[in-house]
Design a protein around this ligand. Structure first.
Ligand code: MUC
Ligand code: MG
Length: 380
């Protein structure tokens, strides 16, 4: 029997290509937790635990992810059967409440290890590859309309992205609508425009917001109000033609079930990290599909390892109606992979090879690891 020998975590700070302005923070560095699991047969599995903007997006931070793994997950998993991943997931869920990103990072490394030992891609464990690539959105979030428009034109001209997600919710609703309208007018029908409010609006602001957004031809609005207010989200979904997507509201299969039962949203942003791993992400997707809810492959702006993990799951799914936003590595000045993930023809491509299909560039890991000092801040 191959066992889980040692679980190691490393905090890595990757500078972004520009300030990424969200309703709750501006990111200039993306901090990730790299997980390496060493198995008794000498194989190694990689995983990544990544959140957004320190603790401003959700309740896990890079530091808390590392602590949860080092202090609470590693001790209960070390010594267990490395191939019995469902059992390991169950042990993690019973030992650690919440903390889905930490659990996802460890589960990812278990899948990567198993894939490498069996010489198959992780996708094989979720039904097999049904597509080699996914349409990939880019987030326009420089904070300036002119810069966003120039960025959109550059992405269209280089055939990198033709789906844009605009981050709004920081300014008054009226100003946000004017910003979105300027971008809609500038790109015309060359792109699909969507917006993400990251919970910033009250219900009454959201009513004005959704009305304004659908009048200017925006295709979708993501998590306009607080994640806890599922009934209010439903009233927006029912009240407007524009598609409403749940994101922060989906913290695993139980939330997906509650959202699907009342059809509180038209679309699920499925994130492996927020779901608590690939297995739970597959379950969230299945619940959405069974309820006739559209799917979108979401991101926590992971670097290469986490992005590859999401690709391994989502490339098993023949129908992802709203595409993906698995562009995290492109937001960082440098990634830590030996071979970068390929972005071409408006799509992100599934890496080849066993496990996640990725390997580390150890020099870059050494360069960007936080404990090398001088320390960089996770949030600006
Ligand atoms: C989110 O809320 O969806 C995804 C893209 C991006 O720019 O931020 C993330 C998080
Ligand atoms: Mg979102």
């Amino acid at each position: 029997m191959t066992t889980i020998d040692r679980i190691e975590t490393t905090l890595i700070d990757l500078p972004t290509i520009r300030g990424h302005v969200l309703s709750m923070t501006t990111m200039r560095v993306q901090s990730i937790v790299l997980v390496r699991i060493r198995f008794s047969d000498g194989s190694v599995g990689l995983g990544e635990g990544t959140s957004i903007g320190g603790m401003s997006y959700g309740s896990e931070s890079p530091e808390s992810i590392k602590t949860a793994i080092d202090t609470y997950i590693a001790p209960v998993l070390e010594g267990l059967d490395a191939d019995a991943i469902a059992a390991a997931t169950d042990v993690m869920e019973r030992s650690v409440r919440g903390n889905p990103i930490a659990r996802c990072a460890v589960e990812t490394a278990l899948w990567d290890g198993l894939g490498k030992r069996l010489d198959v891609p992780v996708a094989q464990f979720f039904g097999g590859v049904s597509r080699q690539a996914l349409p990939v959105a880019w987030t326009l979030a420089s904070g300036q309309s002119d810069t966003d428009i120039a960025e959109a034109h550059q992405m269209l001209d280089t055939r990198r992205h033709e789906i844009f997600k605009l981050k709004i919710g920081k300014r008054p609703v009226r100003d946000d609508i004017a910003h979105v309208e300027a971008i809609c007018k500038a790109v015309g029908d060359r792109a699909s425009i969507r917006v993400d409010v990251n919970q910033a609006w009250s219900l009454s602001e959201a009513r004005w917001g959704l009305k304004g957004l659908q009048d200017i031809g925006v295709d979708l609005v993501e998590q306009p109000i607080n994640a806890r207010h599922m009934d209010q989200l439903k009233s927006l979904t029912d009240g407007y033609e524009i598609a409403v997507m749940a994101d922060e509201a989906l913290q695993g299969p139980a939330d997906a079930m509650a959202c699907a039962a009342n059809r509180s949203a038209d679309v699920f942003a499925v994130k492996i990290a927020q779901s608590g791993g690939l297995k739970r992400g597959a379950e969230v997707s299945a619940i959405g599909q069974a309820a006739g809810i559209g799917l979108y492959a979401g991101t926590m702006l992971e670097a290469g390892v986490g992005t590859a993990a999401a690709l391994q799951l989502f490339c098993t799914m023949p129908r992802i109606e709203w595409g993906s936003e698995l562009f995290g590595p492109l937001l960082m000045q440098q990634d830590i992979l030996a071979e970068p993930i390929r972005y071409e023809d408006f799509s992100v491509h599934l890496p080849d090879g066993p496990g996640l299909g990725v390997a580390l560039d150890e020099d870059r890991v050494a360069h960007f690891r936080r404990d090398r000092g001088p320390q960089m801040q996770a949030v600006s």
